[in-house]
Design a protein around this ligand. Structure first.
Ligand code: IPM
Ligand code: MN
Length: 368
């Protein structure tokens, strides 16, 4: 198979972790007899520096002409006060919107080799295996008005929490379809008791649920969900939520796995499985950000990026054996006690970003 992949390393540790995923991609392509064509594009702060915009047209063209996109991270203190309110984050937000990538799939799996690396009690973590389905192109992130102004009462700012029935419907479909392949349970998260959007969210969840009689639908208020995620995380299977709640809950959930550096994600324009027939490229990225404080030190954890690559091979290309090989290599590398500093505990072998990539690649070599 010929894989046509856009690579957008971005800022901070983005380039470092993406390099390791690329290393693994090249190896897998070679071992399994595929062909690879990659194009690299600028995005975020580094794109602002070179072109004055966070998402240059050329980058968007590269993405439109690819089958899938591997994205690193954007942002950093250098651009916090960029002129004209241009922000590195606008780059990734614009790609999501332009390509219609409304469904963000964030699997949260606690590897048994890592349960002691989490600050939570080990007995809470056994059996943790959930997927957060986050709505990605609506809500507070995008709706208008979104602005700042000043009047007689001083400075003011507004963001708008708007959802249409259609936007909620399509993300619910993604969640329910996913649930049919898992434990037949969907937890829909909202703020029904306060927000109008929360009430519409719940109404549409109930409507969609009537098409899936085998799937149990549970509604949960977002504040309670935040608590249950650390109190009894193994009770969750598929969680579906609006954009901002999903952003917050997924960072929280990453603690269950031991580190932010473990969680991959896929951003799709429809239900999983439909994406390999869709004309739009899906985007794969670690959920962690650019981590400017550790940039350039070769200590960032590349596993989230490497696992995002596995999701790409599975969802965009239907390459299941290849994806399984990567995930197994990650698991056995962890079982062999190799850890980047974010996961280090007493008896672990602490390695750099590039050494972690090499250990994982080495194991793929051994299996295949
Ligand atoms: C994420 C990130 C982004 C988001 C930022 C970088 C805009 O935190 O992918 O979770 O908030 O969506
Ligand atoms: Mn986030």
């Amino acid at each position: 198979m010929k894989l046509n992949v856009a690579i957008l390393p971005g800022d901070g540790v983005g380039p470092e972790v993406t390099t390791e995923a690329e290393k693994v991609l090249n190896l897998v392509v070679d071992r399994f007899g595929h062909k690879l064509d990659t194009s690299t594009g600028l995005i975020g702060g580094s794109a602002i520096d070179e072109t004055g915009t966070a998402l240059p047209d050329n980058t968007l063209d590269i993405c439109r002409n690819s089958d899938a996109i591997l994205f690193g991270a954007v942002g950093g203190p250098k651009w916090d006060s960029a002129p004209g309110n241009i922000r590195p984050e606008d780059g990734i937000l614009a790609i999501r919107k332009e390509l219609g990538l409304f469904a963000n799939i964030r699997p949260v799996k606690a590897y048994s080799a890592l349960t002691h690396a989490s600050p939570l009690k080990e007995d809470r973590l056994s059996g943790v295996d959930m997927v957060i389905v986050r709505e990605l192109t609506g809500g507070l992130y995008f709706a208008e008005p979104k602005k700042r102004w000043e009047d007689e009462s001083g400075k003011q700012a507004v963001d708008t929490l708007l959802y249409s029935e259609n936007e909620i419907f399509r993300i619910m479909k993604v969640a329910f379809e996913l649930a049919t392949t898992r434990k037949l349970k969907v937890t829909s998260v909202d703020k029904f008791n306060v927000l109008e959007t929360g009430r519409l969210w719940r109404e549409v969840a109930n409507e969609v649920s009537s098409d899936y009689p085998n799937i149990e639908l549970e509604h949960m208020l977002v504040d309670n969900a935040a608590m249950q995620l650390v109190r009894a995380p193994a009770n969750f299977d598929v969680i579906v939520s609006e954009n901002t709640f999903g952003d917050i809950l997924s960072d929280e959930a990453s603690v269950l796995t031991g580190s932010m550096g473990m969680l991959p994600s896929a951003s799709l324009s429809g239900p999983i499985g439909d994406s390999n027939t869709s004309n739009t490229a899906s985007l794969y990225e670690p959920i962690h950000g650019s981590a400017p404080d550790i940039q350039g030190k070769d200590i960032a954890n590349p596993i989230a990026s490497i696992l995002s690559l596995a999701m790409m091979l599975r969802y965009s290309f239907g390459l299941y054996d290849e994806a399984d090989a990567i995930e197994l290599a990650v698991q056995t590398t962890l079982e062999s006690k190799y850890r980047t500093p974010d996961l280090a505990t007493d008896n672990s072998i602490v390695v750099s970003t590039s050494e972690m990539g090499a250990q994982i690649a080495d194991r793929i070599n051994k299996y295949k």
